[in-house]
Design a protein around this ligand. Structure first.
Ligand SMILES: [Zn+2]
Length: 162
């Protein structure tokens, strides 16, 4: 995994390019030395593939990062959200000084009329209080459609973040 890094307003923005597969742990470890701000936004929008080996490495490597920095994951792919819901340590270790939150993430939707699937980028602030994924307009017919997942299941990660 490669990281492109820029700084602005005392925040380090990291854009991840690559996959969460074997070797990602070492890549994440090398990231720590390149960060100069306490607040880090880690953009995962370009991550395409992930597997259980990669997620295991990710969980181990994110723990020290979460202790050293305030990390916000942005544009998390659906598969990443699924893994976070299954493996709490993907978000750092809660209760051990870990400080990671999911700032924005994708959720799956499907319009029955158009027989079209789409994903929507959801901001944490939109679900933080209600803990509900709201209907979103279909890109084709503009009618509001419900998410393809149960909010209660898909937003499990909310209870594990700040
Ligand atoms: Zn539609």
């Amino acid at each position: 995994m490669n990281f492109s890094i820029r700084r602005s307003d005392q925040t380090t923005y990291v854009e991840a390019q690559g996959d969460i597969v074997a070797g990602v742990g070492r890549d994440l470890e090398s990231l720590a030395g390149k960060i100069e701000d306490k607040r880090v936004i880690l953009d995962l929008g370009r991550v395409r593939t992930m597997n259980s080996v990669g997620c295991g490495e990710w969980s181990r490597a994110i723990k020290p990062l979460a202790s050293a920095f305030l990390i916000e994951f942005a544009q998390c792919p659906i598969a990443f959200v699924d893994y976070c819901n299954m493996i709490p340590s993907m978000l750092g270790a809660q209760g051990l000084g870990g400080s990671v939150l999911i700032k924005s993430f994708y959720a799956p939707y499907a319009c029955r009329d158009c027989r079209d699937e789409f994903k929507m980028l959801i901001e944490l602030e939109d679900v933080r209080k209600t803990k509900q994924l709201e209907p979103q307009p279909c890109p084709r017919c503009q009618e509001p459609v419900k998410p393809e997942v149960e909010s209660e299941d898909y937003l499990t990660f909310l209870d594990r973040t700040l």
